[in-house]
Write a protein of this length. Structure first.
Length: 263
């Protein structure tokens, strides 16, 4: 077990690889977050996966014994929605992604185009899409070359599933960027949009720690904000890899179950 400094009163916690792998809960993770909340401290569950809506995440977590509300969930889809609204982006959007990213586009006031459309989208949104095809890549790249706003929910090349690492949204994004000759603006960790929205959600906290399983997203994001960076070995990074990280994490846990709130 590990205990944080008493100045830490807010936790930003990744989901895939930290709380669960796919639909399989990581033993003790939900209970650790309940203990954290019971100690009168806040947490924010922060995921780069844009495939699902906030409500779907809430239902999934409830099935694992963790009751949450929408203010405790932050996805790259909800960050995309927030940024689109703040920038007053209008027009029609090609959404390559799941229900979460599509709902974000609609909530921001964009009109989403069907897969077979003669219209050229003014906005291209890219997330994780299990039905991604060459035609979608072609349509997206053509629109981006024509000047469409180009936004990606995240750039994670893989994500942890029960049977290993699956291709992530970043793998899809890379093909479109290569075909279009232009890079997308990325919303998710470790990029500023998600990190800043997370900090806004936890306004008033004395100190923030972030728990994640990826150095290049979770830990780099934490460092960029001056937060405590905690690595959980329950996801994509094993102990041997953790010993080679530079800079090293502030704390390494076998899993979130090993984290105790400050006394």
């Amino acid at each position: 077990m590990a205990t944080l400094n008493e100045s830490i009163d807010a936790l930003v916690c990744d989901l895939d690889g930290v709380v669960y792998r796919g639909n399989v809960p990581i033993p003790g993770a939900a209970e650790a977050l309940v203990r954290w909340r019971d100690s009168k401290r806040r947490f924010l569950l922060c995921t780069n996966n844009s495939a699902f809506t906030d409500e779907q995440y809430i239902a999934k977590l409830a099935s694992m014994g963790l009751e949450c509300d929408t203010e405790e969930i932050l996805t790259s889809a909800s960050v995309t929605r927030e940024i689109l609204k703040r920038r007053k982006v209008t027009g029609n959007a090609l959404v390559i992604g799941g229900e979460g990213l599509r709902a974000a586009a609609l909530s921001a006031g964009l009109r989403t185009l069907p897969e077979q459309s003669d219209e050229i989208p003014s906005v291209v949104l890219v997330g994780w899409d299990r039905s991604f095809t060459w035609d979608k890549m072609r349509i997206a790249a053509t629109a981006v070359r024509a000047g469409a706003i180009f936004i990606a929910s995240n750039a994670d090349a893989t994500f942890p599933a029960p049977d290993g690492l699956w291709p992530g949204a970043g793998s899809i994004l890379a093909s479109i960027e290569k075909a279009a000759g232009r890079q997308a603006e990325v919303m998710g960790k470790p990029h500023r949009p998600m990190m800043e929205v997370a900090q806004e959600r936890l306004h008033g906290s004395r100190g923030i720690a972030m728990v994640g399983d990826r150095n290049d997203t979770d830990l780099d994001g934490a460092r960029s904000m001056g937060w405590t960076a905690i690595l959980a070995l329950s996801g994509v990074t094993d102990r041997a890899q953790a010993t080679r990280l530079s800079p090293p994490p502030d704390l390494v846990l076998q899993s979130l179950a090993d984290l105790l709130p400050p006394q």
